[in-house]
Design a protein around this ligand. Structure first.
Ligand SMILES: NC(=O)c1ccc[n+]([C@@H]2O[C@H](COP(=O)([O-])OP(=O)(O)OC[C@H]3O[C@@H](n4cnc5c(N)ncnc54)[C@H](O)[C@@H]3O)[C@@H](O)[C@H]2O)c1
Length: 254
C-alpha cells in the first residue's frame, strides 16, 4: 500500500518544513525525488537525509516564480509522474498594511509559482500517460483569517487553479488535488512569528497552537502522510478535491 516505486516525483520547496517531509516520505516509499528549491543549501541537507536512508533524490536550484528556470528544470528531469507544489511564502497584514511590493511578492511565488510548475510539468506527465498533481493550499483558501490578506488571496487561487486543472486534464488521466493545512510547526511559522511578533514569540506560538481545536500545530510528517496517500495509486478515484488537514480548525472552532 502507498508505495511509489519507480515513480518520478517533483517536490518544490523540499528544503524545509512540509516540502522536506514530503520529499523524505516519498523517497522512503520508493520514489525518485526531484527537489526544486530557491535555497539549494537547505535542499542539499534534505538530499543527504534521503540518501542516508537509502533513497534517491536530486536537487535543482530554482526559483518557482521564474517560468524559464522552472521549464529548464522540468525538462531536465523529464517523464514526471508526480508534482507536489509546496514552495510558498507568507505575509502578515490586512489589505491596508499590504504594500504593492508584498502583494506581488506573495503572488509571484504562491500563485505564479504553482502555475509555472504545473505549466512545465503537464507535458511531462502526459508523456507518462498521466500522473498526479498535489498543490499545497491552506485553511486560508476557504476561511477568513485575521491579517492574512495577500496570503489568503494566493491560497484561494491555489484552490481554484487546482479545480480548473483537475477538470481540464481529466481525459488525460492527470489527477489534481490540493491539501489545506492549518498551522504546521515549520520554520515558516517560526519565521513569521519572529518577524511579526518580536518579544511575544512564546505567547503567539501558544495562541496559534490553541487555534486548532485539537490543541497543537500539525507536524510536517503528518501532512506528508496525507500527501503520500493522495499521490499514490490507491487514491486513483480522487481528483478535484481540497483536503483540510487542520486539527478541527474549519469545522470544530465554536
Ligand atoms: N506551516 C504552516 O502552518 C502552513 C499552513 C498551511 C499551508 N502552508 C503552506 O505549506 C507550504 C510549505 O510551508 P512550510 O511551512 O513548510 O514553509 P517553509 O518556509 O518551512 O518551507 C518553504 C520552502 O519553500 C522554499 N521557497 C520559497 N520560495 C521559493 C521559490 N520562489 N522558489 C523555490 N522555492 C521556494 C523555501 O526556500 C523553503 O525551503 C507553503 O506553500 C505554505 O503556504 C503552511
Amino acid at each position: 500500500m502507498f508505495q511509489l516505486n519507480g515513480k518520478k516525483a517533483v517536490v518544490t520547496g523540499g528544503g524545509s518544513g512540509i516540502g522536506q517531509a514530503i520529499a523524505t516520505v516519498f523517497a522512503a516509499r520508493g520514489a525518485q525525488v526531484h527537489i526544486l528549491e530557491l535555497n539549494a543549501t537547505a535542499a542539499m541537507s534534505t538530499l543527504e537525509t534521503i540518501e542516508k536512508a537509502g533513497g534517491k533524490a536530486e536537487v535543482y536550484a530554482c526559483n518557482v516564480a521564474d517560468q524559464a528556470e522552472v521549464i529548464k528544470a522540468m525538462e531536465a528531469i523529464g517523464g514526471i509522474d508526480i508534482l507536489v507544489n509546496c514552495a510558498g511564502i507568507a505575509h502578515v497584514g490586512k489589505l491596508e498594511t499590504t504594500s504593492e511590493f508584498d502583494f506581488d511578492r506573495v503572488y509571484s511565488v504562491n500563485v505564479k509559482g504553482t502555475y509555472n510548475c504545473m505549466f512545465a510539468a503537464i507535458p511531462q506527465l502526459r508523456k507518462q500517460g498521466g500522473g498526479v498533481i498535489l498543490n499545497v493550499a491552506s485553511i486560508a483558501s476557504t476561511v477568513g483569517i485575521t491579517d492574512r490578506f495577500a496570503y489568503s488571496m494566493s491560497k484561494g487561487a491555489v484552490l481554484t487553479m487546482t479545480l480548473s486543472v483537475a477538470r481540464d486534464y481529466l481525459a488525460e488521466n492527470i489527477r489534481c488535488n490540493c491539501i489545506s493545512p492549518a498551522r504546521v510547526h515549520t520554520p515558516f511559522v517560526d519565521g513569521f512569528i519572529a518577524k511579526n511578533y518580536p518579544g511575544r514569540e512564546a505567547e503567539m506560538f501558544e495562541k496559534l497552537s490553541k487555534s486548532q481545536p485539537i490543541g497543537r500545530m500539525a507536524k510536517p510528517e503528518e501532512v506528508a502522510w496525507l500527501a503520500l496517500y493522495l499521490c499514490s495509486d490507491q487514491a486513483g478515484f480522487i481528483t478535484g478535491t481540497d483536503y483540510p488537514i487542520d486539527g478541527g480548525f474549519i469545522r470544530l472552532n465554536n
